[in-house]
Design a protein around this ligand. Structure first.
Ligand code: UTP
Length: 471
């Protein structure tokens, strides 16, 4: 099927003339599928990315000294505790007024976990095998009930997992949420390109090797889909963005919200104290008068391990990748296209060779391009970072085994719930290893330690695996 002249011109201008030839010679159904996929892509952008990144050294490395961010520490003193109480009150009233939209980032590929299907369908719960979607949705329901507010929820999906994500919600009756209060927003995709020639790769005769355009794609996806307007119409002026793979997230935490509002911030961050200099989390820091996040792979050993006078790390603030973002700021970031830098990642990407044979490369052969949500920070007129306790709010499921895996997350959830129960005066049995028995507390029963204390005091001792749910 001959490539349409307009598409041929755009492919040629983007340095992808060979793909026009592939379409010319493809079976009609493959050619039509390729044309459909290309219609969704910004070919001019791909041309610019290839010119910027292929055949060049890694241009990322920004320079300039890094210093710790402006951060609110975990409260230790009476004055800090009083400040926290004030922030919580202001956050509570913004939530009661329904001024917050919830944006759950669920467009990632979850390659490291290696689980088939959207990560949100991963059954992480220790007793009932609750999925990440069900758990986050229960938190949203509990939050709406607590504040008697609409608090609309947007799920960021990708072309690869959108249909399955919608089906997971529909099959579960939207997990009890009003379907009108949930919207699905599909982020863009970008093709992998050959690392030497810059040519777009195909993974099958009628399929380009596409992947999501990174969590920074959330801004453009919210803007283009009309979701920003939908959020505003539902009363939101700030969005809370959170990641599908951290079930401990305190969704729209009122203390965080209060500090964000107090600072008049465009975009704010949560941070955990890094456990070790080489921990694989990005760090939040200040550079040249702005707040930045530097990925662990871009931090040299000396900088990562530099010590402060108190013996702690200078760059202590591990990025939890959970933010509060003002909606007008999100709009500014997308005026005239996405105002974020692109990054390249060298990956092993299976592809069809010139003879149409599938090649499984044994070394990285292709670049994927992504934008990152935290690259918006330097553009924020004001930003604040709030420290959280890792054991209360952060235990992501990234890897199949080892650190940040289902095993560590389940352990941390059990420990957290056991502490809530202990504070409520409920005894929890422990195994020979000293760990509490498996526990689940449905967020609709108790969203935090305070609610657990109020609602679970007087519960009989827990002697074996137990899921506590609303009656
Ligand atoms: P990660 O990059 O840590 O996770 O994204 P991932 O992409 O799911 O997994 P790997 O790297 O392939 O193993 C952190 C969060 O950002 C979302 C993810 O769904 C997760 O909640 N994300 C990531 C998107 O929504 N879109 C993207 O393009 C990338």
């Amino acid at each position: 099927m001959p490539t349409a002249p307009d598409l041929r011109d755009r492919l040629t201008a983007a340095g992808q003339g060979r793909l026009a030839g592939v379409i010319d010679n493809a079976a009609p159904e493959d050619a039509a599928a390729l044309v459909d996929q290309l219609a969704e892509l910004d070919l001019a952008l791909i041309g610019r990315l290839v010119a910027q990144f292929v055949g060049r050294g890694d241009p990322s490395g920004a320079s300039g000294a890094l210093t710790p961010p402006d951060a609110v520490p975990l409260p230790q003193t009476p004055a800090e505790r009083a400040r926290e109480t004030g922030a919580r009150a202001r956050g509570d009233s913004a939530l009661r007024a329904g001024e917050v939209g919830l944006v759950l980032l669920a467009g990632g590929q979850g390659t490291r976990l290696g689980f088939e299907g959207p990560k949100g369908t991963f059954p992480f719960g220790t007793v009932r095998g609750t999925t990440l979607f069900a758990h986050h949705a229960a938190k949203v329901a509990a939050l709406r009930a607590r504040y008697d507010a609409r608090l609309p929820l947007c799920l960021l999906t990708s072309p690869a997992n959108d249909a399955e994500t919608r089906a997971a919600f529909a099959d579960a009756d939207w997990f009890g949420l009003d379907p009108d209060s949930v919207s699905f927003v599909v982020q863009g995709a970008l093709p992998a390109v050959d690392a030497t020639t810059g040519e777009i790769l195909r993974e099958a005769p009628g399929r380009l090797a596409l992947s999501p355009d990174g969590h920074g794609g959330v801004f453009l996806a919210l803007r283009r889909s009309g979701a920003l307007d939908w959020l505003v119409a539902a009363g939101a002026r700030t969005v809370f963005t959170f990641q599908i793979d951290n079930p401990l997230t305190s969704v729209a935490d009122p203390v965080f919200l209060g500090y964000h509002r107090d600072a008049g911030a465009d975009m704010s961050n949560l941070a955990v104290r890094k456990e070790r200099p080489d921990e694989r989390v990005g760090v939040i820091a200040r550079r040249d008068g702005t707040t930045v996040v530097v990925e662990y792979s871009d931090l040299d050993d000396a900088t990562a391990s530099a010590e402060a006078p108190d013996g702690g790390l200078v760059l202590w603030a591990g990025n939890v990748a959970t933010h509060l973002i003002e909606i007008p700021f999100a709009r500014r970031l997308t005026d005239g296209g996405l105002q974020l830098p692109y990054h390249r990642a060298l990956k092993k990407v299976p592809y069809l060779d010139e003879d149409g044979r599938l090649v499984q490369p044994d070394a990285p052969n292709a670049y994927k391009f992504e934008t990152f949500i935290f690259d918006a920070l330097p553009r924020a007129a004001a930003s604040i970072t709030v420290e959280i306790a890792r054991d209360e709010q952060f235990s992501p499921i990234k890897n199949a085994t080892g650190a940040d895996s289902p095993a560590t997350c389940r352990r941390d959830m059990n420990r957290l719930y056991a502490r809530w129960l202990a504070a409520a005066g409920v005894t929890v049995a422990r195994g020979a290893d000293g760990e509490p028995v498996d526990l689940e507390i449905d967020p609709r029963l108790a969203l935090d330690a305070g609610e657990a204390q109020a609602r679970l005091a007087g519960h009989p001792p827990i002697t074996g695996p137990t899921a506590l749910t609303p009656s």
